[in-house]
Design a protein around this ligand. Sequence first.
Ligand SMILES: *Cc1c(COP(=O)(O)O)cnc(C)c1O
Length: 371
Amino acid sequence: MSGIPFIDLQAQFRHLETDIRAGIDRVLAHGRFIMGPEVAELESALADYANVKHAISCSSGTDALLMPLMAWGIGPGDAVFTTPFTFIATAEVIAMLGATPVFVDIDPRTFNIDPGKLEAAIERVENEGTLKPRGIIPVDLFGLPADYDAINTVAKAHGLFVLEDTAQGFGGTYKGRCAGSLADVAATSFFPAKPLGCYGDGGAIFTDDDEMAEKLRSIRAHGKGDDKYDNVRIGMNGRLDTLQAAILLPKLAAYPQEITARQRIAERYDEELKDCVEIPYIPADYTSAWAQYSVLSEERDALQAALKENGIPSMVYYPQPLHLQGAFRLLGYGEGDFPESESVSMRILSLPMYPYLEGADQDRIINSVNK
Ligand SMILES: *Cc1c(COP(=O)(O)O)cnc(C)c1O
């Protein structure tokens, strides 16, 4: 029996090989490796896909989160609210600018920030008076959008921005709207293992706000003004390589079919696993991009070990919530501060999920879990 990968990028490459190679060859021929024509072509296709005015490609998902915070002038003394149950980058960018991440626990059913707990957290910081609440970074974890109507309402009431971390969510929808269009600004990642990935690091920022888009394009190129040797603000080198844009173009064209395939695979998992583990909860009027198919089990570690014995890979996202990580020790949080995040981190397990997962392989995974 051949091994089942956790994510099969080779299967996707075999599917799209002709177009991907042709795109790479075109870039090698024209030689415009930085901001070549494929970058603008990709940005326009991404904006169309997400149904937003501006898509600004960039160097990674982390930089896609960092640059909007720079544009808003986030710095020391500012509080930015986010979830502790996410990848480190979400909160790291806040701390990188000298601001303070303030964690808010998750809804244990969706694994996303709990809007009911958000307002209380904002009011607590307002009343303490030491930090200035500035914004919120919800995460579309595992591909499922957060509850943006509720979050945007709280944000508006307190004068805060909302930055959607859709590194895992791009391709999902919320009440008929696309992930990437659900907040003031959205950030996604093209890390190879994300649902829409390139062959290196990459990311994109989405917004309808013309002024924000202008600032982001400037920050992406060292704070350039009218030309690149007239620098009007502090920026960074945050561009996406032309080669990565060329690789993403055929992948984006195939993306709608891939999302459909992920949905079909998720439905099959749901149907076959629902009596044995807690399957993902997708609220009515939401769709997931299925970055991960994650189940809950009280015997998670035993399940993972048994799967491994059967040659089935699985991953724990995330074994430790951010408030318990060494990097954030100075924030002073401790065990018990975010009980839902802590509890989910002990029970969560992600199964192989990719659009080219074969039926026979999925059978093997399903049988192993049920056994
Ligand atoms: C992957 C990821 C990021 C960071 O993206 P990179 O491209 O790896 O920098 C940020 N947030 C979340 C939720 C992610 O999953």
